[in-house]
Design a protein around this ligand. Structure first.
Ligand SMILES: [Zn+2]
Length: 106
């Protein structure tokens, strides 16, 4: 029951995001130099991270782990958006019912 609380999920999501930065600081730093801000570091031209892998600064395995974590994060974020939509809908439903009740009373 507690796990289904959207507020708690938000905190967990935030911590995962911070976790990636903490676990792969050098990749996060290199990513700032990529040509595209939404670079996925897979095949984009002008990717600083791929350049660093080519030069042996970062191992391919490490980049692969980084990508896996990012994918996980995107999945979590997607799920969170979905549940937020549902919460929002429920809230509007509640408001609509209250408005209806108020109209009746008049
Ligand atoms: Zn990149």
């Amino acid at each position: 029951m507690v796990i289904d609380n959207p507020g708690i999920r938000e905190i967990a999501f935030w911590e995962v995001d911070k976790g990636i930065e903490a676990a792969f600081p050098e990749i996060e730093k290199l990513a700032l130099g990529c040509r595209f801000t939404n670079c996925s570091h897979t095949q984009e031209p002008g990717c600083r991270v791929l350049g660093a892998v080519d030069e042996g600064e970062i191992s391919r395995d490490r980049l692969e782990n980084y990508r896996k974590m990012k994918r996980e994060l995107e999945y979590l974020s997607h799920r969170q958006h979905k549940s937020a939509d549902r919460v929002e809908k429920e809230r509007w439903k509640g408001v609509a019912l209250k408005v209806k009740a108020m109209k009746k009373r008049r």
